[in-house]
Design a protein around this ligand. Structure first.
Ligand code: NAD
Length: 314
């Protein structure tokens, strides 16, 4: 198949492109490199630097494409609180631009990388797709708006669409921006470098950490699964891990004791996150394969930023 992956030079996009190429597909990548790195792409992929709001460029790239993966986005919850306009322009505006171009050119299917952040704080766990979203950040609002546009323009233009609500993905190659580092690579980096880990609130807040290869499996399945049109599907591990538990697991896998600084904060983010995977099993035939301990181990041994440092056998 011929694919276009927007945001394909990013963490999840790069892993997806590698997989698609290894399956024998042709892949074009559009990425503005605001966070991505073309060096992570395999030589078989054809890369174009550009903005997802650039319609003429999209028309060219979409020629003969059967399926588009839309991953290009600004991805930090905390940064989105500071720059909501930017998040709206890229995550909502960029999605609408892409949908216009896809509609004009005629593509069979579009898969959106949406987010579990859309759920916000919900009393009922695990989180089912039928819950009313309670977005708590401009990032979450932008992803919800993108989902709505994808569903609506998909219906109007007879384009098949599917939105995957990805939870906290992690794995080798995940970016570590200084201002808003994702928790797993940040904690690994700090423990291995004998720095401190800052835990906000009690540390009892939970997240659903899903390994990058599992996310890629779900994305690949979403391109061809037969009954997914107009569906929104969770992609998580289905397991709930508290931040305190994550610290313990990181100590076990690195063989190092973590120096934890506890910051008393009323607002330590959403209190619980755990994905219900019933729909993913039914519609994508997908279940995650990698438990957190194994995913952490693979991250340590495969990510060159960590691999040089000694790791315990535990
Ligand atoms: P990432 O930042 O590594 O990838 C995003 C890519 O989009 C980057 O390469 C960036 O350069 C590119 N990009 C940003 N703005 C662009 C623009 N205007 N035009 C073209 N390219 C642009 O992040 P990621 O973790 O790989 O996330 C990929 C997608 O998955 C995003 O849509 C994100 O919202 C979604 N998602 C990720 C997670 C996660 O835990 N990683 C969880 C839920 C959803």
């Amino acid at each position: 198949m011929q694919f276009l992956v927007t945001g394909g030079a990013g963490f999840l996009g790069g892993a997806l492109v590698h997989r698609l190429v290894s399956l024998g597909h042709s892949v074009r990548v559009l990425d503005d490199l605001s966070a991505g790195d073309p060096a992570r792409l395999p030589p078989q992929a054809s890369f174009m630097r550009g903005d997802v709001n650039d319609l003429p460029r999209l028309w060219t790239l979409l020629h003969d494409v059967e399926c588009v993966y839309h991953l290009a986005a600004r991805v930090s919850v905390s940064e989105s609180v500071r720059y909501p306009r930017e998040y709206n322009a890229v995550n909502v505006g960029g999605t609408v631009s892409l949908l216009e171009a896809v509609r004009d050119v005629g593509v069979r299917r579009l898969v959106l990388a949406s987010s579990g952040a859309i759920y916000g704080d919900q009393p009922l766990q695990p989180l089912r797709e039928s819950l009313t979203p309670l977005p708590l950040s401009p990032y979450a609002v932008s992803k919800l708006a993108a989902e709505q546009y994808v569903g609506l323009i998909g219906r109007l233009a007879s384009l098949e669409t599917v939105c995957l609500r990805i939870f906290n993905a992690y794995g080798p190659g995940q970016q570590l921006p200084v201002t808003h580092p994702p928790v797993i690579p940040h904690f690994l980096h700090q423990v291995l470098g004998q720095g401190s880990l800052v835990v906000h609130g009690s540390g009892a807040q939970t997240r659903d950490f899903v390994y990058v290869d599992d996310v890629v499996d779900a994305l690949v399945a979403a391109a061809t699964a037969p009954d997914v049109n107009q569906r929104v599907i969770n992609v998580g591990s289905g397991a709930e891990t508290s931040v305190n538990d994550l610290v313990r697991q990181i100590e076990a896998i690195t063989g190092r004791e973590a120096h934890v600084l506890r910051v008393n904060e009323q607002d330590s983010g959403v209190s619980r996150m755990c994905a219900d995977l019933t729909l993913a099993r039914e519609l994508l035939g997908w279940t995650p394969q990698t438990f957190l301990q194994e995913g952490l181990r693979r991250t340590l041994v495969s990510d060159e930023r960590f691999a040089a440092r000694p790791v315990s056998d535990q």
